[in-house]
Ligand binder design. Structure first.
Ligand SMILES: NC(=O)c1ccc[n+]([C@@H]2O[C@H](COP(=O)([O-])OP(=O)(O)OC[C@H]3O[C@@H](n4cnc5c(N)ncnc54)[C@H](O)[C@@H]3O)[C@@H](O)[C@H]2O)c1
Length: 324
C-alpha cells in the first residue's frame, strides 16, 4: 500500500460531508442511494455509486461507514467479507446483538474494526488523559458530562433519527456514546454498570441521564438532550479528584478548540491547560486508523470498550427488567 489510504465512504450525509471527508487525504469511492449527497462529498472520488458491489470493488484500502444506524451492521459485514478494514460511526448499531455480530464478522475475516469515537482524539481530551495519568488530579472519583443540542431543523418528521428501528433510540443512543466512552478513556477505566432515566420517550427519547460506574469505583453522570438551546453552554465535562478538578467547555462535539482548565485543590485557583486548539479530532482519528491499517501502530482501543457502551445504550432504552 503506497500513498494515502484510498478511502471508501458509505453514507454521504452531514457528518461525512462536513467533517470526515474534508479530513481524508483521498476519497476513492462514495456509496449512497442519494446522488445529490454523493455529489456533495469533497475530494473528487473516482467512483460514485448506489451499488454496494461496485463500491466494494472500487480499489479501496479502508471504509468509513456513516449511514443511519440500522445500516451499520450490513455494511460492516459486507466490508469484512470483502477483507476491508472498517471505521464505523457511533452508535455501533441499533442493538448489542448487531454490534456483536459486526465484531464477530470482522474477527472471522481478520479485518480491523473500529468505532469512530472521534472525541477520543480531541487534543484537549488527550491532554486531560495525560494529566489524569500523571496523578495531577489525585484520585478521581466523580465525572460529569452534559452533552446536548437542539435537534437540527433538517431532521423532518420522516428523518431516520425519529425512527427507533433505524436509529435504535433517540438522544441517549445518539449522544451518550460519546460521554460514556470518553469518561473511560480519560480515566483509563472500564465501564462496569449503568442505570438510566429517559425523557419524553415517544417515538424516541428526547433526553436522558445515564449514570455509570467505572473501575476504580468512579461514578459518572452523562446527561444528553435534543432540547437544549444552542446559545447556552451545552458541552461541559468535569472530573473531580482529591488533588483538583478539571473542567472543559466545548471540547466535546465535532469542532477543534474549546477550553480546558484545572482547579487546584490546594488553593482553589484555576489555571488553563494548553492544548493544540487547531487539532481536528476527525483528522487525528483517521490518522490513527491509517497507522493501524498500515501495521505501524495498533488501534489503541479494544472493541470490548465499544461493546460495553452499546450494552449501556441498549439497557437505557430497552431495559430488560426483572424476570418473572
Ligand atoms: N461522530 C460524530 O460526532 C457524529 C455526528 C453525527 C452523526 N454521527 C453518526 O454518523 C452516522 C450518520 O449520521 P448523519 O448525521 O451524517 O446522518 P445523515 O442522515 O445526514 O446521513 C446519512 C446518509 O446515509 C445514506 N444512506 C442510507 N442508507 C444507506 C446505505 N445502505 N448505504 C449507503 N448510504 C446510505 C443516506 O442517504 C444519507 O445520505 C450515524 O450513525 C450517526 O450516529 C456521528
Amino acid at each position: 500500500m503506497s500513498g494515502p489510504l484510498r478511502w471508501g465512504l458509505a453514507g454521504c450525509g452531514w457528518i461525512a460531508r462536513d467533517h470526515v471527508a474534508p479530513a481524508m487525504a483521498r476519497v476513492q469511492a462514495v456509496l449512497d442511494p442519494d446522488r445529490a449527497r454523493r455529489a456533495a462529498i469533497p475530494g473528487r472520488p473516482a467512483v460514485s455509486t448506489d451499488d454496494l458491489d461496485a463500491f466494494l470493488a472500487a480499489g479501496l484500502d479502508a471504509v468509513y461507514v456513516a449511514t443511519p444506524n440500522d445500516q451499520h451492521r450490513p455494511l460492516v459485514e459486507a466490508c469484512a467479507a470483502a477483507g476491508l478494514p472498517v471505521l464505523c460511526e457511533k452508535p455501533m448499531a441499533t442493538s448489542l446483538a448487531d454490534a456483536e455480530a459486526m465484531v464477530a464478522a470482522c474477527r472471522e475475516h481478520g479485518v480491523l474494526y473500529a468505532t469512530a469515537h472521534n472525541q477520543r482524539f480531541h487534543p484537549a481530551h488527550e491532554a486531560l488523559a495525560v494529566l489524569v495519568a500523571r496523578g495531577e488530579l489525585g484520585t478521581v472519583s466523580q465525572a460529569r458530562i452534559h452533552y446536548a443540542c437542539t435537534a437540527p431543523a433538517w431532521w423532518d418528521a420522516a428523518d431516520w433519527h425519529w425512527d427507533p428501528a433505524r436509529a435504535g433510540g433517540g438522544a441517549v443512543f445518539d449522544l451518550a456514546p460519546h460521554g460514556l466512552d470518553l469518561i473511560g478513556v480519560l480515566l483509563g477505566a472500564e465501564l462496569l454498570e449503568t442505570t438510566s432515566l429517559l425523557q419524553r420517550a415517544d417515538p424516541v427519547e428526547e433526553g436522558g441521564v445515564v449514570v455509570g460506574r467505572w473501575t476504580g469505583d468512579v461514578l459518572g453522570i452523562v446527561q444528553v438532550s435534543y432540547a437544549c438551546p444552542e446559545t447556552l453552554p451545552r458541552r461541559t465535562l468535569e472530573l473531580v479528584g482529591t488533588a483538583g478538578m478539571a473542567r472543559a467547555l466545548d471540547t466535546m462535539g465535532q469542532d477543534p478548540g474549546g477550553t480546558l482548565e484545572v482547579i487546584d485543590a490546594a488553593d482553589g485557583r484555576a489555571r488553563p491547560v494548553p492544548f493544540d486548539a487547531g487539532g481536528d479530532p476527525f483528522a487525528r482519528e483517521l490518522a490513527a486508523f491509517e497507522r493501524a491499517v498500515r501495521g505501524e501502530q495498533p488501534w489503541p482501543w479494544p472493541v470490548e470498550r465499544d461493546l460495553a457502551v452499546m450494552a449501556a445504550l441498549e439497557d437505557a432504552v430497552r431495559p430488560r427488567g426483572v424476570p418473572a
